[in-house]
Design a protein around this ligand. Structure first.
Ligand code: ADP
Length: 334
């Protein structure tokens, strides 16, 4: 569990993080998003105390880190694994040797190191590359080895700072699957710093948007999605390209409660063709929540569309040109 409260970080006269409160429960994945320069990396570095906060507290698994220094801080840090954008593997060491490094520093016995390295490389699907050097691995493979190294000391918390930046979609998907497994199988608490909304959609339980060093919006992803049109909510559901719209009128639909699984086909009987252009749907127990962008016949009367969909428990709102532009801007800035 990570509990950040009242965290402020100044560099000389510049306040880079301003009164940040953020809690990530054990075994959850939280994403921190925001434009470049918002303070995301600084926040990650304050969580493992690579940067010392100017004020505020950082509690990881019940331990207040800002109160520690020297040996006790180094010891406490072992429960926090980190993965960075470029895995920063040592070039002269093999994948296995890179993963072993934190354990060697710890002075663990050889047999134990070998066993754990094998387990870790297997977990990240890289056992078959154990004796390869970083230059012989793809970017995605290096990232996996970096994650294995981040897990070497069996941390309860993993910080991932832009770990999927610059990876192709397949490699990104593999890394996100791996992070999800670490949460689900090992109960690792994960803080993901990212500028990619796909990462948030793919794995995050909760999301916080940082802007100019402040959290401007946060919440469980499902709740943010259900919110009335906030910038983060819009960014989580990108607007479709004009080519896909093809003369239809755009509507944003939101489920506010449990809906019948067949609402879409029923609604289509009343409204004609419903083109689903973007969708974010989450199942949480019996209820599913979601947001969709759909295209409807532009000749349909606005009031009728709202009424028909309301009978299925779906809130409908026409997308104005302004919404679409703001959504695009949020997406590219985030
Ligand atoms: P992000 O990760 O969101 O792109 P950063 O946390 O890297 O943002 O940076 C936030 C702000 O803090 C930026 O304005 C950056 O220039 C500044 N900053 C980051 N590290 C330092 C540092 N060591 N000294 C001074 N300013 C810094």
């Amino acid at each position: 569990m990570i509990e950040i409260s009242g965290l402020t970080k100044d560099y000389a006269a510049t306040r880079v993080l301003d009164d940040i409160d953020l809690t990530v429960d054990a075994g959850r994945i939280a994403a921190v998003v925001g434009p470049s320069g918002a303070g995301k990396s600084t926040l990650a570095r304050c969580v493992n105390l690579l940067e010392r906060p100017t004020s505020g507290s950082v509690v990881v698994s019940g331990q207040e880190l800002t109160a520690l220094s020297g040996k006790r801080l180094r010891h406490a840090r072992q429960q926090i694994g980190t993965v960075f954008q470029s895995a920063n593997l040592l070039r002269r060491l093999t994948a296995a040797q890179n993963v072993a490094l934190p354990m060697r520093h710890q002075g663990l016995p050889d047999a134990e190191v070998r066993r754990r390295v094998g387990d870790l490389l297997e977990r990240v699907g890289m056992l078959h590359r154990a004796n390869h050097y970083p230059s012989q691995l793809s970017g995605g493979q290096r990232q996996r080895v970096g994650i294995a190294r981040g897990l070497a000391l069996q941390p309860s918390v993993l910080l991932s700072d832009e770990a999927t930046s610059g990876l192709d979609p397949d490699a990104t998907r593999a890394i996100l699957d791996l992070l999800r497994e670490l949460r689900d199988d090992l109960g690792v608490t994960i803080l993901v710093i990212t500028h990619e909304m796909d990462v948030v959609r793919g794995i995050a339980d909760q999301v916080a948007q940082l802007d100019h060093g402040r959290i401007v919006e946060e919440g469980a992803v499902a709740d943010v999605v259900r919110r009335s049109d906030s910038p983060l909510s819009r960014a989580l559901l990108p607007m479709p390209p004009a080519s896909a719209v093809d003369g239809r009128r755009l509507w944003t639909l939101r489920y506010r409660d449990a809906v019948s699984p067949v609402w879409l086909s029923r609604a289509a009987q009343d409204l004609g063709e419903v083109a689903v252009l973007a969708a974010l749907v989450e199942d949480s127990g019996a209820a599913s929540v979601g947001r969709l962008t759909v295209g409807l016949d532009p000749r349909l009367e606005e009031r009728r569309v709202v009424e028909v969909l309301a009978t299925y428990g779906v809130a409908a709102e026409p997308v104005t040109a302004l919404h679409a532009v703001a959504g695009d801007r949020t997406e590219s800035a985030a």
